[in-house]
Write a protein that binds this ligand. Structure first.
Ligand code: DX5
Ligand code: ZN
Length: 220
């Protein structure tokens, strides 16, 4: 399975070291949680911070917009050099227009779903999406507990993808741990985001190796 450490859980005073760690751990992506204090009850950072981090690394950026008007930031983020861009379906009335715009700007378009939002809310969008970000905690903070009923949601999404022979990847975000990562891999998840369990691990490189190892077992 692929791993996207969430920078929100990192030490912001030590960015060059944080980046070195993520690179040493051979993580496929770096996850950025952009929060506007409006769509979610927390305020983080915006495109200028992401642009600063871009100067430190070439690792693909996975940006998760938890904002009320996601369309506002898309062009700036394309210029920064973002690979996957997620916005919340709950925040956007015209999702198809927005994800086509994201794709036209050369990024992968991803829709994020709150735990309470059913998969039926995005069913018609799935053939056109590059990635689905399944929130497994209520968005807003790192370090929360995984909501166990989300296993079933991920399983359903995976079954839908198989049945309809679709190409989107499945990414899980929130409360991922060494304990639940094996289950997530067996349910067909392609990428996990990890904040606390990566940056708070006694040895983040070992944690990453376990996540990556679960991919090898899956395909064996
Ligand atoms: C929550 C964020 C998550 C969070 C993940 O709103 O979208 O990306 O940073 O952190 P953990 O893995 O600690 O739940
Ligand atoms: Zn996130």
């Amino acid at each position: 399975m692929k791993l996207a450490p969430s920078i929100l859980a990192a030490d912001f005073t030590q960015m060059p070291l944080v980046i070195k760690l993520v690179e040493t751990a051979k993580c496929e992506y770096l996850h950025f949680d952009v929060m506007d204090g409006n769509f979610v009850p927390n305020l983080t950072f915006g495109p200028p911070f992401i642009a600063l981090v871009r100067r430190l690394t070439a690792i693909p950026f996975d940006v998760h917009l938890m904002v009320q008007h996601p369309g506002q930031y898309v062009e700036e983020l394309a210029q920064v050099g973002v690979q996957i861009l997620s916005f919340h379906v709950e925040a956007e009335a015209y999702s198809p227009r927005l994800f086509r715009h994201i794709q036209d700007l050369g990024m992968q378009a991803s829709v994020a779903l709150n735990p309470q939002t059913s998969l039926t809310a995005i069913e018609e969008l799935l053939p056109h999406l590059d990635n689905v970000l399944v929130m497994t905690v209520d968005p807003g903070f790192y370090g929360q507990d995984f909501i166990s009923t989300m296993f079933r949601k991920v399983e359903k999404l995976h079954a839908y993808r198989e049945d309809h022979e679709l190409m989107f990847t499945i990414e899980v975000d929130g409360g991922v741990t060494e304990e639940n990562v094996t289950t997530l891999q067996s349910l067909g998840v392609d990428t996990v985001v990890a904040g606390k369990s990566f940056f708070g691990a006694p040895d983040p490189v070992k944690f990453a190796a376990r996540v990556h190892g679960s991919r090898r077992r899956f395909h064996a």
